[in-house]
Ligand binder design. Structure first.
Ligand code: MTE
Ligand code: MO
Length: 222
């Protein structure tokens, strides 16, 4: 319906404008640095017990029969997985904290899915591959260095706390890269591309930090 599309479009435009303003003003910055070894909460963050939903407002519902995950670019063995093919990969669990750039952190999230390290063994990135671009079913994109994607507790998650991920939280499949701000953890991921040259994703092109380390408070660029 055009009316609904228009409303969704206005919501999205407003949200993008507000978050761009935050970046321009340097909102929430404390100028402190903290170490993950001695402090659990990164600077400027507060712990929440609930789990807020943050996205651009379009939450795609993907029929598992039509769902595909493309893994391509600078890899020895590019692959397109269907849902069964994804289930056939080794499934693992990892527990990690979430740190969102809007200042909430949520401790001890138990994820289940395919470890990024297992995906990397499968597709084998070439030596020239230095960065990863994640593309999602809602047209969202985000970028990160391959070295950050390859950490032991990063995963392609289908479950949270033993339950399938809800659509709001990125189900059927989202990326989780816990040591970076949560905007790097693409929900509804559909394509993972390994590239030589970094290119900014959605928020990275709109005033958000290219790297996004919560411990260094890398919230905004510039
Ligand atoms: N596909 C997609 N992934 C996304 C987003 C989005 O809009 N679309 N928002 C990002 C942002 S800004 C955050 S903070 C987290 C929020 O995840 P949550 O809603 O499960 O808390 O998802 C990230 N991944
Ligand atoms: Mo976010």
């Amino acid at each position: 319906m055009p009316d609904q599309d228009n409303e969704a479009g206005q919501f999205r435009a407003k949200l993008i404008r507000r978050k761009q303003e935050w970046a321009a003003e340097g909102r929430l910055l404390t100028g402190r640095t903290a170490r993950p070894e001695s402090e659990r909460l990164p600077p400027g963050q507060r712990e929440v017990k609930n789990w807020p939903v943050l996205d651009l407002g379009a939450r795609p519902r993907i029929d598992l029969k039509l769902w595909r995950l493309v893994v391509d670019g600078l890899v020895e063995s590019p692959i397109t997985l269907d849902w069964q093919g994804f289930q056939d990969l080794p499934q693992s669990e990892a527990v990690s904290d979430i740190h969102c750039v809007t200042a909430w952190s949520r401790y001890d999230n138990r994820w289940r899915g395919v470890l990024v390290s297992d995906l990397l063994s499968l597709v084998q990135p070439k030596p020239e591959a230095k960065f990863v671009l994640l593309q999602s079913y809602d047209t969202y994109t985000t970028n990160l260095p391959l070295a950050e994607f390859a950490v032991p507790d990063a995963l392609l998650a289908t479950h949270w706390e033993g339950e399938p991920l809800t659509v709001e939280h990125g189900g059927p499949l989202r990326v989780v890269v816990p040591q970076l701000y949560f905007w790097k953890s693409a929900k509804w991921v559909k394509r993972i591309s390994f590239v030589a040259q970094d290119q900014p994703g959605f928020w990275e092109a709109r005033g958000y930090h290219n790297h996004g380390d919560p411990w260094k408070e890398e919230r905004y660029s510039g």
